[in-house]
Design a protein around this ligand. Structure first.
Ligand code: DQA
Length: 146
């Protein structure tokens, strides 16, 4: 049986919809999940969609994805700019990991310009709102040769 695509979300993304909508848009995380599930289904994949405010839990979920996922779409949120541990976890696992961001981090504050995740990820898609996630799923599937 084909393994699902795991879509992992970092801190504060549970507040989407209410949190700085001028930057992150009006969609809630639940609405993003529904759109991701529909897009993945069109490409022949189920998804596992998770959010955590805790770095260690995200590391555990990357380890779980190593065993149970075809690929990972990962929005590490603020941990993007701080976490060597998440960099190491992304490097440590086999499935392709696509880094995604809703906002265009390169056009924002200087502290958002560096990603610890990008050098470990297969690719990165930023600045396109919901489309970053949907393109991330498409990219993840194309990495699998499907
Ligand atoms: C974000 C960008 C990060 O800089 C920020 O800390 C977030 C969300 C995005 O999706 O645009 O929480 O990952």
């Amino acid at each position: 049986m084909t393994r699902p695509i795991h879509i992992l979300n970092g801190p504060n993304l549970n507040l989407l919809g209410a949190r700085e909508p001028e930057i992150y848009g009006a969609l809630t995380l639940g609405e993003i999940e529904q759109a991701c599930a529909a897009h993945a289904r069109d490409l022949g994949f189920d998804i596992v969609f998770r959010q955590s405010n805790h770095e260690g839990e995200l590391i555990d979920w990357l380890h779980d994805a190593n065993v149970n996922a075809s690929a990972v779409v990962f929005n590490p949120a603020a941990f993007t700019h701080t976490s060597v541990a998440l960099h190491d976890a992304v490097r440590a696992i086999e499935p392709p990991v696509i880094e995604v961001h809703l906002s265009q981090t390169a056009a924002r504050e200087a502290f958002r310009h560096h990603s610890y995740i990008a050098p470990a990820a297969r690719g990165s898609i930023t600045g396109l709102g919901l489309q970053s996630y949907l393109l991330g799923i498409t990219a993840a599937v194309s990495c699998l040769g499907n």
